[in-house]
Design a binder for this molecule. Structure first.
Ligand SMILES: [Zn+2]
Length: 306
């Protein structure tokens, strides 16, 4: 566990047994919060880590989710069971899936395909333990300050970023893409509801908040918040343009080709072990699938408005 800002601790949830891939955050306070438990397969590790840190069953007040992809939320049911006083904070589009996870798990496993066992599933959270967070929702940490939930669609419609008022640290989830240790930031735009313009607008609103620090779910604090947001914005713009032109020219294959031309995958990430992790999880091909769905919608909307 590493303290990345005063009172905020990064916990490596070791997705698939790999270090430096997915992170959860423990934010201290009289009412402490755990942000993004990670995959169901990481739940035992995370719970043991929290116990080791001295958190007893009744101590955790909040489980906060940036979004309901299984590498972020899969451990929610298990964590909620281990910490029975904790209330789960989630975007309104995520709430019903936490209470009745079957559809979400089935749809996610379709996307993850052969890598689904790495993530596991998601056990149900009792409905009365779930609180829907609108944009601007404030999570009271007691003596630890406040976490503000900021709606940041783009990577997914149900994505929220979390700003800690006391330190100015922004736990950005996947809203700025993925930047694994020693490698560069790259777009992370999986199925099924990528929103390029929405994503750029989210980044603009985050920039206005002038965060002191940005930390990525995958993985950890970045060197400079402004530069991170600028690179992420450029990535959305380039990926969107590549998807539009590539789709018109040749559908999915066209998108893959065009994306590789404007944002060469391995050359941009520029660190072989990180490239291998991306490919092991299939996140590179998921980008193409996510962008294809987006481009298809754009093409359909274009037709109906003409
Ligand atoms: Zn995600």
């Amino acid at each position: 566990m590493t303290e990345i800002a005063q009172g905020i601790h990064l916990i490596d949830t070791e997705l698939g047994g790999k270090k430096g891939l997915t992170s959860a955050y423990l934010v201290e306070g009289a009412q402490p919060a755990l942000i993004d438990p990670g995959a169901e397969t990481s739940a035992d590790l995370l719970i043991a880590d929290l116990h080791r840190r001295g958190l007893r069953a009744d101590d955790l007040a909040w489980i906060v989710l940036t979004h309901i992809h299984l590498d972020h939320c899969g451990g929610t049911g298990a964590l909620a069971a281990a910490f029975p006083r904790a209330q789960v904070i989630v975007h309104e589009r995520g709430a019903r899936h936490l209470a009745e996870p079957e559809r979400l798990v089935a749809a996610s496993h379709d996307v993850y395909a052969h890598t689904a066992p790495i993530y596991g599933g998601l056990s149900a959270t009792p409905a009365d333990r779930i609180t829907v967070a609108p944009d601007g929702f404030r999570v009271d940490l007691g003596s630890g300050g406040v976490l503000e939930m900021i709606a940041t669609p783009g990577h997914a419609r149900h994505h929220m970023s979390v700003l800690h008022d006391r330190t100015g640290a922004l736990i950005i989830g996947d809203a700025a893409g993925t930047g694994l240790p020693d490698s560069n930031l790259y777009v992370n735009l999986p199925p099924a509801d990528v929103d390029i313009e929405g994503g750029r607008d989210s980044l603009r609103r985050l920039r206005e908040r002038a965060p002191e620090l940005i930390t990525l779910s995958h993985f950890g604090p970045t060197a400079d918040p402004e530069i991170t947001l600028a690179i992420a914005d450029e990535g959305f713009a380039q990926a969107g343009e590549a998807a539009r032109t590539g789709y018109a020219r040749g559908g999915r294959a066209g998108i893959a080709e065009e994306l590789e031309r404007v944002l060469p995958f391995a050359a941009t990430i520029s660190h072989a072990p990180a490239v291998e992790l991306w490919q092991w999880l299939g996140w590179d091909t998921n980008n193409v699938l996510g962008l294809e769905i987006w481009a298809q919608r754009q093409a359909e909307n274009g037709q109906t408005t003409q």
